[in-house]
Design a protein around this ligand. Sequence first.
Ligand code: SF4
Ligand code: F3S
Ligand code: FES
Length: 248
Amino acid sequence: MTYKGKFRVWRGDGEGGELQDYEVDVNEGEVVLDVIHRLQATQTPDLAVRWNCKAGKCGSCSAEINGKPKLMCMCRMNTFEEGETVTVTPMRTFPVIRDLVTDVSFNYTKAREIPSFTPPADLKPGEYRMQQVDVERSQEFRKCIECFLCQDTCHVIRDHEENKESFSGPRFLMRIAELDMHPLDAADRQHEAQDQHGLGFCNITKCCTEVCPEHIKITDNALIPMKERVADRKYDPIVWLGNKIRRR
Ligand code: SF4
Ligand code: F3S
Ligand code: FES
């Protein structure tokens, strides 16, 4: 069954733009990205949209659909009424390049600032040993497809451009938490998370967790445990005394 769908799509570039209305065919079983592609093929050949796998795995087609951060390829058209207008806008937290395509290089910069896995100096590759339970603990975080929808939705940077310098966002705080959970990682991830990546800015609203297409429990399983470890260390009397003595 085909019907004429009403679409409102943001068109423009870094200088400015506006929402434009279109009527476009929608077929049974389609997702928003199918309809955007049909729009491109039939009415707006210059419409810019980033995508790759159309299977929810590459993390490229992130956008906001009726104001909610989503993957366009995983958003089914049958979740809308036939007469309903579907509004598609680019991710708000990142600068627009053109139409639905944003510049997500903020995320690459933050990723580069995190030192990679740091094994103890006295172990050589091949001598690393860890328990299966520790392997499994971080598997959840490894499902991340880097769609940056969590980064887009977190109010700390969504509404406050000025926080971008000091806050790396849920995706990268989760990466630090993952490394901190690794039994062989010797780097000081707790200071790093707090001092360089702004863990303290997170007030556990859990919006990041809500939008994650991989259903990773970012807040409960990565950010809150990381906050607890930072707090334990700060308020542990032995650590406190050690820090005092070191500062003298
Ligand atoms: Fe996307 Fe989830 Fe990874 Fe965030 S944690 S980048 S929402 S897959
Ligand atoms: Fe932001 Fe997620 Fe914390 S939305 S405030 S990083 S719980
Ligand atoms: Fe790859 Fe949507 S096109 S996640």
